[in-house]
Ligand binder design. Structure first.
Ligand code: EPZ
Length: 430
């Protein structure tokens, strides 16, 4: 089993290039199936979730050509199967994007019910409500969900909760429906906007993405395009918090600073220096951190995907901080692991009360999910002594070359596969 061996205590210093946004890449891949012409997608992150989706696309007949590590051509003119299933697809949340894209184009799709990180109940009622509003029937049986329609008709959909996935799925299905669709209370995340831009570059007519009302006028078909995915705001934010936690100085390059505003604001608030330029953000942090309060919210609020990373920083901050998780009910599973490293945190419902401690100490810990896993690695990099992080497959779902990028910033971290490799790392460090 692969693990990260970490020896903490070094401030991380340097520059890091941020890759394409995983959560934009996933719906863009699904949407690339909506034309029979060839689509070129660039700045594709090479992470487990995108690779699983690409394999699933090939499985139903799409032709996928990897131009280089971060560029892929997709041609979906020979799709022969509208059923997407299999163990790997089942494990990722984004498999449900095939419902919107295949329903839009072929008026039928069956997809294995989605899994994903175990961070809460993750309902899909709003997706179903949207598909039904467009005229589809939706059935769930034997662990599969099927949506089908003779004809999709534009409609008015009001989302009861702001949902990234439902906004995206309804948008994809509506693009090729007849007439106009309005999605109200839509999600405004940068990846929702990126998908809308991608679809518009294929000939769709979507207006208002990035606001809470998205208007779509259905078109007859979509065509070829060449598209560059936006940078990953969560990968960038994770490295910025690594600077804060290790008292380092990190510049993230190839980012859109606007997308990082809520993250940069909290970093300043806790006492870091933040410098922004056109496509880079630098965070330097040499003093002790201050406590604060933070509540996760849909964009442009503080992202739930950054909640564990900020909690790790607040665990080392002076005073008592409060972190409120308002999106997913099960996103504090890392707290137990952090306590093993010396943190003083109490969780009550959706709130974590954090009393800052002067330092963490290395321990054997497990990544409970993707973002929490990355946050624990950062904690280990700040901690005194050795740590071993298990279950790093979660981290690899969404961070490309995570340990390699950290190493370039001066981290003492190695991916190990056996006890022997672990001992070798320990000997090298001591
Ligand atoms: C996306 O998940 C992301 N995943 C998540 O990132 C991210 O945490 C989340 O959006 C919020 O920003 C992908 O993009 C693949 P939601 P998604 O639908 O779409 C409730 C990561 O680490 N809800 O916006 O599943 C739901 O239970 C991952 O990269 C309903 O009630 O999130 C939650 O409380 C983890 N009914 C809230 O809405 C629905 O039909 C927001 O969920 C849909 C959602």
């Amino acid at each position: 089993m692969e693990q990260y061996a970490v020896y903490g205590g070094n401030p991380l210093v340097g520059e890091v290039e941020i890759g394409g946004a995983k959560n934009a890449a996933l719906p863009i891949l699904a949407a690339s199936l909506m034309t029979d012409e060839t689509v070129l997608i660039e700045n594709m992150p090479d992470v487990r979730d995108t690779n699983i989706l690409l394999d699933a696309m090939q499985g139903i007949g799409a032709h996928v050509e990897r131009v280089d590590r971060h560029s892929v051509k997709v041609n979906a003119s020979r799709i022969h199967d509208l059923v997407v299933e299999g163990d790997s697809v089942k494990k990722i949340r984004a498999s449900y994007y095939f419902l919107g894209s295949l329903l839009g184009k072929y008026k039928k799709a069956t997809v294995v019910l989605p899994g994903g990180c175990d961070i809460g109940c993750r309902a899909i009622d709003q997706h179903i409500k949207g598909f039904k509003a467009l005229g589809a029937s939706v059935k769930i049986a034997h662990g599969m969900i099927t949506a089908e329609a003779d004809h999709l008709m534009g409609s008015h959909v009001y989302l009861d909760v702001v949902s990234v996935g439902a906004t995206i799925n309804i948008m994809m299905a509506a693009v090729l429906a007849e007439g106009r669709t309005t999605i109200e209370n839509a999600a405004k995340e940068p990846h929702v906007v990126d998908l809308a831009n991608f679809l518009n570059s294929m000939g769709a007519n979507i207006k208002g993405a990035g606001t809470d009302v998205i208007r779509i006028r259905g078109v007859e078909k979509l065509h070829r395009t060449e598209y560059v995915i936006i940078p990953d705001q969560i990968e960038a934010g994770t490295f910025l918090f690594a600077a804060a936690v290790t008292k380092g100085d990190i510049t993230v390059r190839n980012v859109i600073p606007k997308h990082l505003e809520s993250i940069s604001a909290k970093l300043s608030e806790i006492g870091c220096e933040v410098h922004e330029s056109d496509d880079a953000v630098r965070v330097a942090c040499s003093h002790s951190l201050h406590h604060t309060q933070v509540k996760t919210l849909p964009y442009p609020g503080f992202p739930t995907d950054m909640q564990p990373q900020i909690a790790v920083a607040l665990g080392l901050s002076h005073g008592t901080s409060i972190v409120t998780e308002s999106i997913f009910e099960n996103r504090f599973r890392y707290v137990e692991e952090l306590i093993r490293m010396g943190a003083s945190i109490k969780v009550e419902g959706n709130t974590a009360i954090i009393d800052g401690v002067p330092r963490y100490t290395g321990a054997s810990i497990s990544a409970p999910d993707l973002r929490a896993g990355a946050a624990l690695v950062i904690a280990a990099l700040a901690a005194e002594g050795f740590s071993v992080v298990d279950d790093i497959r979660y981290i690899e779902r969404g961070y490309e070359d995570f340990h390699i990028k950290l190493k370039h910033l001066g981290a003492q971290i190695e991916k190990v596969e056996s006890e022997r490799e672990l001992q070798k790392f320990r000997l090298k460090i001591s």
